[in-house]
Design a protein. Structure first.
Length: 107
């Protein structure tokens, strides 16, 4: 099961000490830790709850299906952001963009 980020302290550490990479419409913040395990958070930026939840579901499912097994041993905290533009993207395009972000930055 995927561990999720929840505490304000963890978010503050990622935003202050972590790195940010963009590949529109997906933005990824990550912080590599000394020890621990993979923790992930998915954020949908939209005023409408239906859209916001659909964005998060699409990001979560793309990560779970294609990347979780490969990166679960990494000691890193990751936050994925996206907005309503993600809803217009094909699921394969989301996977390609997420793959590029993860491979280039987390190896």
């Amino acid at each position: 099961m995927m561990e999720t980020l929840k505490s304000k302290k963890d978010f503050d550490r990622i935003f202050s000490d972590g790195k940010k990479v963009d590949l529109p419409p997906i933005r990824m913040w990550f912080f590599e830790k000394e020890s621990g395990f993979l923790r992930v958070c998915f954020v949908g930026r939209s005023k409408k709850a239906v859209c916001r939840n659909r964005i998060k579901r699409r990001l979560r499912e793309a990560f779970r299906q294609h990347f979780y097994d490969r990166f679960r041993e990494k000691s890193v905290d990751v936050i994925f952001f996206s907005d309503e533009r993600l809803l217009d993207e094909d699921f394969k395009v989301i996977i390609e963009k997420m793959s590029k972000l993860l491979e280039e930055n987390l190896g």
